[in-house]
Design a protein around this ligand. Structure first.
Ligand SMILES: [Zn+2]
Length: 162
């Protein structure tokens, strides 16, 4: 799952510094999160992974809901740049970004929502995007207490046709 943002991070390092292993990655990460709106979201998310939260001690932006610095960072991450990949429906990249953020920081989100977001990641990566109706139907099933297997089966069959 982390590979989704790690790939973006390595590309960014190669492009900006000519190597994917620069000597001071941490310093670069600090520069990136100082200006999240200047970088693609994968780069910003990967930069946060390289910094620790002074309050909860976890990866910055991924601590428990209610941790001040993490809440703040989790909000700032959404100022980062988002560009749809070639050949995917508009909005796919946004869905991927939000679903990944929640999956990687599930604190404060209901279990059924986290499950749905996690299940949808492989399909979003494949370039699928559910219609509004399909997304609603999936959520309704989750709320009604469908099992993970039932949800996975529904998501994989319905979303592919969307
Ligand atoms: Zn924290």
């Amino acid at each position: 799952m982390d590979e989704i943002v790690e790939g973006g991070w390595r590309e960014f390092l190669e492009h900006e510094f000519g190597t994917s292993e620069p000597p001071d990655e941490r310093l670069i990460a600090e520069m990136v999160v100082d200006e999240p709106d200047k970088h693609p979201w994968r780069v910003v998310d990967a930069a946060y992974d390289r910094l620790s939260c002074a309050e909860c001690g976890g990866k910055l932006s991924r601590g428990p809901a209610g941790c001040g610095p993490c809440d703040l960072a989790n909000g700032f991450r959404y100022t980062a740049i988002e560009v749809d990949r070639p050949g995917v429906p508009p909005g796919n990249e946004h869905s991927l970004r939000v679903n990944l953020a929640v999956t990687r920081r599930p604190s404060g989100v209901s279990e059924s929502e986290v499950l749905l977001r996690r299940l949808s990641l492989p399909l979003l990566l494949d370039g699928h995007l559910p219609t509004r109706g399909t997304a609603h139907a999936t959520k309704a099933m989750a709320r009604a207490g469908a099992t993970e297997a039932e949800l996975a089966a529904f998501v994989y069959s319905e979303w592919r046709n969307a």
